[in-house]
Structure formats: structure tokens, C-alpha cells
Design a protein around this ligand. Structure first.
Ligand code: HEM
Length: 263
């Protein structure tokens, strides 16, 4: 075997070592749950980080530096991590006397309305929570999540199609029950919703393919309990903004085509 033959072997070995390191990062943070008077958001990912004390367990005073490492360890590339975090900080961050911007998880609970929207806002027709119209858009609703998981075709995994069906159904349910529902006129809410689906698919399903699938066990742990899934290994292929946008637009197109009226 010459030096060139050895290269692929070395690359594969290195990938396994990196994979083991990433997994040990996540599993070195035990689940702490929500402390009394802890702040939580409508975001399964940020709540999960907080529930494990990766960002403050209290849910208060979250900075760029605290978020960047877990985003990186989850497989998100530099640009995507920075865009997501800066979007939240620029909307909700308060400048401390030390010159550092911080936000609380409850800051994300502001219900989206009207213009001037961003990625980091709570909106109607979520997969995991009730609409704000019903008074609480933060508490996970197991019935909503289980309804979403029931769209899995093989009973073991979910991909872009199943996410599209789940989002379509959530929109239909809101359209018939919530008199203040405005999702169909609100492109920012729609983009946010499909982007979150794409983030879940790529972070938890992997970025090595254009058609990632996430296991139901991983989704149960993440969406229902807001816990780091035991059997999850972060993607070794970086999750790029290009991939997230590609997956988001596919989920969006599929979802719209399932519902021609455009809701
Ligand atoms: C700084 C980065 C992030 C911010 C500010 C943020 C913010 C939010 C907000 C405001 C919501 C509520 C949307 C709604 O009303 O349904 C949300 C939901 C959610 N987010 Fe995030 N998010 C971030 C990153 C992520 C990442 C990286 C993931 C996945 C890996 C993720 C997964 C989710 C999920 C699963 C939901 C629930 C969606 C639903 O119920 O339909 N988020 N996030």
C-alpha cells in the first residue's frame, strides 16, 4: 500500500474519531430539566440546550459565545450558526454593561404579527405547540407532536414529505379553529416554519444527502421531552445555509402542492 492508498483510510478513521468526539460533547451534559422560575421558549432546540445546561439552565442571559459552540457541535457550519444566532440577538438582545448582547428564552415568545418579522418569532400552526390565540404557545403539546409523528410512512423515520404533510395539517387545523390565524398571508411565518423543518431534518437527519430522514426515536426525545436524543450522532458533513434553504424550499413546495388553496 503506497501513501496515496492510505489517504482514504486515514480520512475515514479521522471521521470516526471526530464523530465520537461530537457525540461525547453532547452526552457530557446530563439532563437537568426546567428549574423553578426557569424561562423557556417555543423552540425545541434552544429549550433542549437549556434543559441540559449547555446554555444557562435558567433560560436567562444567553449570549453569542454560549450558543456558538453547541451550534457548531450540532454540525451547523460557521455562517449558518452566525446567521441564526445574530438574527435572534439583533431582534431580542439587550446590551449589558460589559458590552455583550444577551437575550432570555422568553423573549422568543413574542407572537408574530404584522410586518417587520424575523426568523426568531413565535407563529401559528406549529408542529409542537398550540397557537398563541389559545393562551400558551410555549408548552409542548404531546397530542400535536404525536399527530405529526403519525405521518411517518415507515413508522421509523420522517423525511421532507412527511414534514410537509405535518405542516400542511397544522396549518389546516389552525385555519379552521383559530379566528386570528394569518399564516397564509404571512410569508415570514411560512419561511420560518419551513426553515425550522429543514433545520431539524439536516441537524438530526444528517447533511450528507439532499433528502435527509430523522428517526422517530430521535424526534420523540427532541420534540416531546426536549432532551438530547441518546442515539443521535451529529452530522459529519457540515450543515450549510445552502442545504437548509434547499430542504426548506422542498418542504415548502411539497406542502403547498398538497394544499392548492395556498394556506
Ligand atoms: C438562534 C437560533 C434559533 C432561534 C432564535 C430559534 C427560534 C425559534 C422560534 C421563535 C420558534 C417558534 C416557532 C413557532 O412558533 O413554531 C422555534 C421553533 C422551533 N425550533 Fe428553533 N430557533 C433556533 C434554532 C433552531 C435549531 C438549530 C433547530 C433544530 C436543530 C430548531 C428547532 C426548532 C423546532 C423543532 C421548533 C418547533 C417548530 C414547531 O413546533 O413547528 N431551532 N424556534
Amino acid at each position: 500500500m503506497n501513501k496515496c492508498d492510505l489517504l482514504p483510510v486515514l480520512i475515514i478513521a479521522l471521521a470516526h474519531v471526530t464523530s465520537a468526539l461530537n457525540a461525547s460533547y453532547w452526552h457530557s451534559y446530563p439532563y437537568l430539566g426546567v428549574p423553578s422560575n426557569g424561562a423557556r421558549s417555543p423552540c425545541s432546540f434552544l429549550n433542549t440546550l437549556s434543559n441540559h445546561g449547555i446554555i444557562p439552565n435558567s433560560g436567562h442571559g444567553i449570549s453569542f459565545r454560549q450558543l456558538y459552540s453547541p451550534f457548531h457541535e450540532a454540525g451547523l457550519d460557521n455562517t449558518t450558526s452566525k446567521l441564526l444566532i445574530m438574527d435572534a440577538l439583533s431582534r431580542f438582545g439587550t446590551l449589558g454593561s460589559d458590552g455583550i448582547l444577551r437575550f432570555d428564552l422568553t423573549d422568543l415568545n413574542t407572537h408574530a404579527s404584522g410586518a417587520n418579522r424575523s426568523f426568531a418569532e413565535e407563529h401559528d400552526a406549529s408542529l409542537t405547540r398550540n397557537d398563541a390565540f389559545w393562551g400558551d404557545a410555549v408548552t409542548v403539546q404531546p397530542a400535536n407532536v404525536n399527530n405529526f409523528l403519525s405521518f411517518s410512512k415507515d413508522g421509523k423515520t420522517m423525511g421532507m414529505y412527511e414534514f410537509a404533510v405535518g405542516l400542511k395539517n397544522a396549518r389546516m387545523a389552525s385555519a379552521v379553529s383559530n379566528p386570528t390565524f394569518l399564516f397564509n398571508y404571512d410569508l415570514a411565518a411560512a419561511f420560518d416554519s419551513f426553515s425550522h423543518a429543514a433545520l431539524v431534518l439536516t441537524v438530526f437527519g444528517g447533511a450528507a444527502t439532499n433528502d435527509p430522514r430523522v428517526s422517530i426515536d430521535v424526534l420523540k426525545s427532541f420534540l416531546l421531552e426536549e432532551r438530547i436524543p441518546m442515539n443521535w450522532t451529529p452530522s459529519q458533513t457540515a450543515v450549510t445555509s445552502a442545504l437548509v434553504n434547499y430542504v426548506a424550499s422542498n418542504v415548502s413546495i411539497t406542502s403547498q402542492s398538497l394544499f392548492p388553496e395556498g394556506i
